[in-house]
Each structure stands twice: as C-alpha cells, then as structure tokens.
Write a protein that binds this ligand. Structure first.
Ligand code: GNR
Ligand code: NI
Length: 171
C-alpha cells in the first residue's frame, strides 16, 4: 500500500474528463487500495483517482468517521448516477484538492448509483445523507468538476485565483 501525493488546484489533471475503466484488473485493485490508504491518511471521506494524478473513473469513499463506527470503505468503478431525488440537501463541503476551503453546496439529497465493484461486478447503491453528497462530489471529480463550480462565480473565482497565486509562489 502506498500513500500517493494529492494534486491541488490549479493542477490540470483535476479539469480532465477521466476515462472509463475497461477491465477491472489487479492494477485497478491496487490503485483503489492506494487511494483508500491516501484518503484515510489525509484524512478525508472520499477520493477520486484524478486527485492522485490518474485520469480514470475510480472513486473510493468511507463516510463512517465516528469513533465507535466500523470502517466502511467503498470502491466505485465507472460510477453513474441513474436516479436523483427531487428533494435537495445542503452540506458544508471541502476538498482535499482545495485545502482549507469549505462552503455549503446544494445537491440532490438521495441518489441511486450504479458502479462496478473490485471484482468487476455491477452493483447499485441507494445513498442519502453524507454518502449521497460524497459520491456526487467524487463523480464530479471524474468529469473535471470541483465543488467550487457549484458556487457563485464571484466565490469560485476568488478561490481559484488564490490557488493560482500560491502555485506561482511555489507555496
Ligand atoms: O474529505 C472530504 N470531505 C467532504 C466533506 C463534504 C463533502 C464532500 C467531501 S469529499 C472530501 C474529500 C475529497 O476531496 N474528495 O474528493
Ligand atoms: Ni474533492
């Protein structure tokens, strides 16, 4: 298992559309394991492959963060939202690729997601609460979309410019 470096905006890989996984093989299983280790180390509740520089449709998450909760790691390959509730919910979101920035984001409160598991078998999950938000945040990453894209242009541009400046200063 390896802890991988996490890419920070404006790294261009975070704006690419990630390509579907054609075959769920040992390479993908190893990537998922390394992503879980990286996510727990950060720590975070989710991680998408582009955040570790891999432009492929692989996501991991674990929203069971309570002290007395059992870990609940999930690996979602080629995930797709197939149904979203009319009802919306709001969470204060953050992103490991945009450190120390949090804002409220509105998204569908419940989603049904189809994906391939680590064996390549088709699975369906009905997610609500934080898991629904997390999976949507991660699928956005696979399409080059960041949570700041859901904010007003003013707020998004402010955050973006701050990180562009930091990158230029080598911070
Ligand atoms: O660790 C994370 N926390 C979080 C909180 C609210 C909504 C989404 C997230 S995902 C984030 C980790 C991350 O950047 N995943 O892409
Ligand atoms: Ni993120």
């Amino acid at each position: 298992m390896a802890i991988l470096p996490i890419r920070i905006i404006p790294d261009p890989v975070l704006r690419e559309k990630a390509k579907p996984v054609a075959v769920v093989d040992e390479r993908i299983r190893q990537l998922a394991k390394d992503m879980l280790a990286t996510m727990y180390d950060a720590p975070g509740i989710g991680l998408a492959a582009p955040q570790v520089g891999v432009s492929e449709r692989v996501v991991v998450c674990d929203v069971a963060t309570g002290e007395d909760e059992e870990p609940a790691p999930m690996v979602l390959i080629n995930p797709v939202v197939v149904e979203a509730s009319q009802e919306w919910g709001v969470y204060e979101e953050g992103c490991l690729s945009i450190p120390e920035v949090t804002y409220d984001v509105e998204r569908p409160a419940k989603v049904r997601v189809e994906y391939l598991d680590e064996e390549g078998a088709l699975q369906t999950v009905d997610a609500d609460g934080l898991l629904a938000t997390c999976i949507q945040h991660e699928i956005d990453h696979l399409d080059g979309v960041l949570f700041i894209d859901h904010l007003s242009r003013l707020k998004r541009d402010r955050v973006w410019k701050r990180f562009v400046k930091q990158a230029k200063q080598g911070a």
